[in-house]
Each structure stands twice: as C-alpha cells, then as structure tokens.
Ligand binder design. Structure first.
Ligand code: G6P
Ligand code: MG
Length: 216
C-alpha cells in the first residue's frame, strides 16, 4: 500500500528548468559554444557539478577543478537571481489542488530533489510547510539516477520503498525511483519517460483515488 509520495521539485512542483538553462547557456556562451534546449533535457535531474561536466564535455572544454568550482558558483549566482523572483504564481498548474487532496488522506509528502537551492525555492513559492520531509542536494552525496535521494526520503518518512510513490519529470529521476524499487509517476511525455509506471502530462484534474487504484 502506498503511504508516502516523494516529489521531485524542478519540473514537477515548479518550472525552474528554463532558469537552469538560461544560466548554463550564458556560461557556455561565455566559453565560446552554445547548448540547445534538447541538450538541456539531458541535464534535468542531474546535479550541479555533473551538469557542468556534461556541458564542458559537450563544448570540448577542459578545465581544472578549481576553475570548474568557480564556474559552478558563478552559474549558481546567476540562477539565484532568476529564481529569487519566483512566487506562488510559479507553482505548476494543479499542484496545490493535488496537495489539498493528499492532505485529506494519511499519505505523507516528501521532497526528493538533488537541488541545493530546493528549500529556498519552496520558501519563495510558499510550499515549505506542506512537506513532512525534505531531502535536497545538501543531504545527499549521489545525484539521480542513484536512488539515494528517494531512499533517504522514504527513510525520513519512516516508510519502506514499496510504500512510496515517486513523481518525476526527468529521465534520470524516473530511473532513480525505479532503482529505489519504487513505483514512479512520470510527469511529462510517455515517449521520453519510458521507464515510468504511468505518465501524466501534469497535475491538472488528477483524481487521487483514481491514480492510486491505477498504480496499486
Ligand atoms: C535539479 C535540476 C537540475 C539541477 C539540479 C541541481 O535536479 O533538474 O537541472 O542541475 O537540480 O540544482 P542546484 O540548484 O543545486 O544547482
Ligand atoms: Mg525535475
């Protein structure tokens, strides 16, 4: 029986991928190359340093560890100026209504994000108090597709992996959920999120009881 929901943040609760893309793109452009939106897809759910390494590889740029840390810090500063303007209006459609349905049950809610900025974003959009547990990039050592973030989420909720349902928009995130032996609801397109147990386009008009009966 499902007793806990584990939500990814970026692309599931709020749409920050565009801001990550803008900030990484500016960095790449400064280094003399460009990254496409399609390439940006491959960065979803991937940690900051892993993303940086993928981008540098893509642009055939070799840097020292120190230079990489400096670039990552600069990208994050730019990213923070972009996300600091986010408000409750930036919560993705249907999320609030879905949370309201969950609150009427005994199902617990945890965040499972590799972002080190997750708490700041949740505070900004006013959702921080809706979570029973928050696992973010500051609490884990391995990014998705490693299952660490979701296993820690389940543990903090006091649940077994089999009792948890993951909501994910990224290929790496769906894999992380499956690697944690959890059921996964993909948020996005079925052609992309092929490993998810079910795929929904978003949370609009989702009936919790119906979803649970489909997944269990
Ligand atoms: C999420 C996003 C990734 C991002 C990662 C780290 O998983 O989907 O695109 O790289 O978080 O975010 P951070 O805010 O710590 O740089
Ligand atoms: Mg995501």
């Amino acid at each position: 029986m499902i007793k806990g929901f584990l939500f990814d943040l970026d692309g599931v609760i709020v749409e920050t991928a565009i801001f990550h893309y803008q900030a990484w793109r500016k960095m790449a452009n400064d280094l003399g190359f460009d990254i496409s939106e399609e390439f940006n897809e491959t960065l979803k759910g991937v940690s900051r340093m892993d993303s940086l390494n993928l981008i540098l590889e893509h642009g055939n740029v070799v840097l020292t560890e120190e230079e990489k840390l400096e670039l990552a810090a600069k990208k994050n500063e730019h990213y923070l100026t972009l996300v600091s303007k986010m408000t409750a209006d930036d919560i993705l459609p249907g999320v609030r209504e879905f949370f309201a349905q969950i609150k009427q049950t005994d199902i617990k809610i945890a965040l499972g994000s590799v972002s080190k900025n997750a708490k700041m974003i949740l505070e900004g959009v006013g959702l921080i108090n809706d979570f029973d547990a928050i696992i973010d990039g500051t609490k884990i050592s391995k990014g998705k597709p490693d299952p660490e973030v979701f296993l820690k989420g389940a543990a903090e909720l006091g649940l077994s992996p089999e009792e948890c349902l993951v909501f994910e928009d990224a290929v790496a995130g769906v894999e992380a959920g499956k690697n944690a032996r959890m059921k996964v609801v993909g948020i996005g397109h079925a052609e992309v999120l092929t490993k998810a147990d079910i795929v929904l386009p978003g949370f609009e008009n989702i009936d919790l009881t119906e979803l649970l009966s489909k997944i269990q």
